[in-house]
Write a protein that binds this ligand. Structure first.
Ligand SMILES: C[S@@+](CC[C@H](N)C(=O)[O-])C[C@H]1O[C@@H](n2cnc3c(N)ncnc32)[C@H](O)[C@@H]1O
Length: 220
């Protein structure tokens, strides 16, 4: 029997699942399970940092009451597809600059109406802010040196007051010379100086070494 852990997120044994918006279809080779006529897709924590966040005991779940998401660095849509399951009546705007990954997102959006991909650089939020409008939640997973600045720029451009954010911080992209915990400390100090509330920090090892998930709330 599936246990509802958080709105849109289920647990069965050691695995975490979302309800498949497109029954019968896999997105990245994930396991499908049918119970009582409902089909669930397993979130692979080795492939999705959102999956790693829940597998590592993340307690905050910023998707309650969320209708619109701006997702920066969509890749081939692994995690985007689970957010699409979690928010069946919501909208997930996804920004990606790699044409190849964008092609996969476009194909995903043809099967999932709530996924809206944008081919753009996340360092230039003015290029897509009008298309996305103000969103309830900002999710970021880009391996760039200026990850914190990118997050803040997009927050200012598109996040509603008191909106939430999930920043997947890749410390080795910031610097290879400082230890991951020192990079994390710097990043959290910077975010807090900008008025954000840090609600939770989760180390994503062993699934994604050197990565931390930061759950944040924007000022009013
Ligand atoms: C780690 S992958 C994303 C994986 C994805 N979030 C998932 O969980 O399924 C990072 C993605 O960010 C994209 N990216 C990196 N820098 C970017 C930028 N400046 N603008 C837009 N996309 C960027 C890369 O092309 C890559 O697809």
């Amino acid at each position: 029997m599936q246990e509802l852990l958080r709105p849109g997120l289920f647990r069965r044994g050691p695995g975490f699942y979302t309800v498949n918006l497109r029954p019968g279809e896999k997105v990245y080779g994930e396991d499908l399970v049918v119970e009582d006529g409902v089909e669930y897709r397993r979130i692979d924590p080795w492939r999705s940092k959102l999956g790693a966040f829940v597998a590592q005991g993340g307690r905050q779940w910023p998707y309650e009451r969320v209708r619109s998401v701006l997702y920066l660095g969509g890749g081939h849509g692994t995690t985007v597809s689970h957010l699409s399951d979690i928010l069946p009546r919501g909208t997930v705007h996804v920004v990606e600059k790699s044409p190849r990954a964008f092609g996969a997102l476009l194909a995903l959006s043809q099967r999932r109406e709530n996924v809206l991909p944008v081919l753009a650089d996340v360092q230039l939020p003015e290029r897509y802010r009008a298309d996305c409008g103000e969103v309830d939640h900002l999710y970021q997973d880009v391996s760039q040196r200026g990850q914190v600045e990118i997050f803040l720029e997009n927050l200012r451009a598109s996040l509603k007051p008191h909106g939430t954010g999930l920043l997947m911080l890749k410390t080795r992209s910031v610097t290879q010379t400082a230890p991951p915990r020192a990079v994390l400390k710097d990043a959290t100090r910077h975010l807090q100086q900008e008025g954000l509330d840090l609600l939770e920090t989760v180390d994503l090892a062993p699934f994604s070494r050197g990565h931390f998930a930061l759950v944040l709330r924007a000022p009013g």
